[in-house]
Design a protein around this ligand. Sequence first.
Ligand SMILES: C[S@@+](CC[C@H](N)C(=O)[O-])C[C@H]1O[C@@H](n2cnc3c(N)ncnc32)[C@H](O)[C@@H]1O
Length: 434
Amino acid sequence: MNVGGKGHIMIKEAGECVPEQGGVGCGRSSGGRVSFPEAAQCLSHPPSYTCVRASTHLAPLEEIQHKLEEELKKQQMCNSSAEEISVQILPHPRIPDVLLLPVDGPRPVKQLSSEVVVGAQCGSAVLRGAHVFAPGIVASPKYMKAGDVVSVFSDLEGRCTRGATSFEGKRVFVGNGVAQMDRSRIFCTGEPPKGIGVQMVEPLYQSPSFDGVLPSLAFLQNLPSVVVGHVLGPRPGERILDMCAAPGGKTCHIAALMEDQGEVVALDRIEIRSIGFFKTPKRPPFPPESFDRVLLDAPCSGLGQRPNMGSTWSLKEICSYQPLQRKLFHAAVRLLKKGGVLVYSTCTVTLAENEEQVAWTLDTFPCLTLQPQEPHIGAGGMLGAGLSPEQLRLLQRFSPELSWDQTGTDRAAPLPCRADRDTIGFFIAKFLKN
Ligand SMILES: C[S@@+](CC[C@H](N)C(=O)[O-])C[C@H]1O[C@@H](n2cnc3c(N)ncnc32)[C@H](O)[C@@H]1O
């Protein structure tokens, strides 16, 4: 899919990518051609592993790996009658603070007659290992009681009426679970419900739940998002601006990489709840050239998110991001010191929000030049925005659809080999201000 900059979406064969640089050498295909249905199918599945960022500034990776194994074994022992419990956790071969855990699925799970319907966002979280939190539930059986075993469905188009007792619209089965509260507590108290509504016991995709597991040592984060922190390369003592920071995953990573020395100014349009301790008394406007590094993890159409089982967004909404991103670029460049680094990233797949933005930026701000990225584990940029092959090679695009294997054979490849290609769709560009 190629969303062009002139306000139109073209659904066509995905663009060709410049071959990857410095991958792990596991035979990644690049420059392949993928049809739109194939790309959509790939994005509708979750990645085949869970990525955890470890707080290696607080403890060595091996120690965190070991603690995580112990915690997850305890969790499994509570949920399973099996005698042999094994938890596989592998360090990423090139990224020093990343642990990878395989996801088992899709598994053959039998659907039940009692059905709970959840919103699409909640359904996607369940496919990535979460339980169903009560606010995500939109429909449940009329007489559902805590302890009932139910099948959970994701309402793909957001059409189910809240409080309904059944739903026949477009929906996808995500697994079976046990209701943790009566229907009346979810819909009839007048207060928004809190806590786990359905504990998943037979999810379609089995991966450990990280709810409350090693909260200061292990963070769920998509692999390309961890790469962003390293590409930005913050150093202790520097002053960093994270312009679009909520909910705060990358801000926390930046602070960890700085060993909590220096200053991270985290801003967002909305409140940043998870990182209150980085709140700074200093508020915008900031004087020009006041930051050593700026991260612009931009608001975007988010079409690279996985699993993404269908977007209800209009073309107008998707096209609204390019102008907003450009406004944010103006502010970023103004606030960056000379000699400073600007990293731009999105979790979308469109040319308009990625390579076209880079071409526009290089034209608009002659003081910026593209820089090599470290680590560079994705592919290069996509053709079509007028960038040269050298420029495309400096970009980093994660395109899971290019190596999507319908048959699932690829899931049998060793995890560290497939981890770099079985990611969400993502894009990173790094600039230096001269
Ligand atoms: C991709 S998300 C950021 C994710 C975040 N960096 C992280 O890693 O947790 C984009 C963010 O941009 C914010 N946003 C949207 N418009 C904005 C604006 N005009 N100024 C600042 N932030 C904005 C959204 O609220 C959203 O939190």
